[in-house]
Design a binder for this molecule. Structure first.
Ligand code: NAD
Length: 314
């Protein structure tokens, strides 16, 4: 009674770590179908999978923006069965909206949001029929809180969260589970790709204040945020494994305790001003407040890490 796990976006980062971590489960509780858009990029996964390849891990092609490829992949599984779907494929986009084309924005929505919708159109009916299944979505802390110059990316993750919150009510009727995994910054290709794209942005369409804010405030602090708050993809995979083995998995799970002080601000003020004003201060009085905030968060993290370790060893 091995559970079938289908994961999207496994050629790098969190998806790769998830596939390997779950396939290497000592009790062999899972059969992992690690999927990727482009099979020619399978080498790092093949290497990391080691002896699990062909045993508890198989690699398949799946492009979340292509319905036919999703159907072909699901059709190729024994009885088309997926017990746990991990929707991970995604892309980032940073910068002022004046400098982004609608096409670029649409491809973020198409991958991050409609990617999940397409997967579920194919997989949900079978899960409902079997009255069994767990849908796990790699969202982000930006699924609950917007961040400067991540307008479109945050919107795509908010879309995911609204969609899942609505669907979760229906899913209860069928005994299905939905879980949103919300990592803070994770050190992957994603971070580098997004930063490199950010450097290439033609800022001539933005006014001087905006362009300056992007280059000298946002990009300048970008690396520091990842260095201070960044988690490894393996860490996110470990959290996700804990969620998929639970009998009653939570609807939301934040993986980065360093980040919880920020997301808590949202729930602390029903008017919604507190997180916006706090981020504003962090960004614009950054030399003092930003560093002080990061240090404060580091301290909190050190304390909560101790409690997470205790929790795990219990
Ligand atoms: P990544 O760029 O290493 O991985 C994203 C993967 O998705 C890549 O392998 C890419 O090829 C794949 N992908 C993109 N479009 C696809 C498509 N149409 N079909 C199939 N696969 C496609 O970055 P990552 O950090 O591992 O990102 C994985 C997920 O984690 C994303 O949903 C991202 O939004 C989320 N996330 C990342 C961070 C972070 O800081 N890195 C933080 C929170 C959430």
């Amino acid at each position: 009674n091995q559970k079938v796990v289908l994961i999207t976006g496994c050629s790098s980062g969190i998806g790769l770590a998830l596939a390997v971590h779950i396939a290497k489960d000592e009790k062999k509780r899972f059969m992992v179908y690690a999927t990727m858009r482009n099979l020619s990029k399978a080498e790092p996964l093949v290497e990391a999978a080691g002896r699990t390849l062909g045993r508890t891990l198989e690699i398949k092609q799946l492009d979340v923006c292509d319905e036919a490829s999703i159907k072909a992949c699901v059709d190729s599984l024994p009885e088309r069965r997926v017990d746990i779907l991990i929707s991970n494929a995604g892309m980032g986009l940073i910068g002022p909206i004046e400098c982004q084309s609608i096409e670029e924005m649409k491809s973020v929505m198409d991958t991050n949001f409609f990617g999940l919708v397409r997967l579920l159109k194919e997989i949900l009916p079978d899960m409902k029929r079997r009255k069994k299944g767990h849908i796990v979505v790699i969202s982000s802390v930006m699924g609950i809180q917007g961040i400067l110059f991540n307008d479109i990316y945050a919107a795509s993750k908010f879309a995911l969260e609204g969609f899942c919150e609505s669907l979760a009510i229906q899913a209860l009727r069928f005994g299905l589970n939905i879980s949103l995994i919300e990592p803070g910054p994770v050190i992957t290709e994603f971070e580098r790709k997004v930063y490199d794209e950010g450097l290439k942005i033609d800022l001539s369409k933005a006014d001087k204040v905006t362009a300056d804010m992007f280059t000298n405030v946002y990009l300048k602090n970008y690396k520091q945020i990842f260095e201070t708050l960044g988690q490894t993809p393996e860490d996110v995979a470990e959290h996700t494994l804990k969620i998929i083995i639970m009998d009653n998995p939570p609807f939301r799970h934040q993986t980065n305790t360093l980040y919880t002080p920020m997301t808590t601000l949202k729930y602390a003020d029903p008017n919604g001003d507190l997180p916006i004003e706090t981020f504003y201060k962090m960004v614009f009085e950054h030399d003092k407040v930003f560093t002080a905030s990061l240090n404060f968060i580091k301290l909190l993290h050190w304390r909560s890490r101790k409690s997470f370790k205790l929790e795990k060893s219990n």
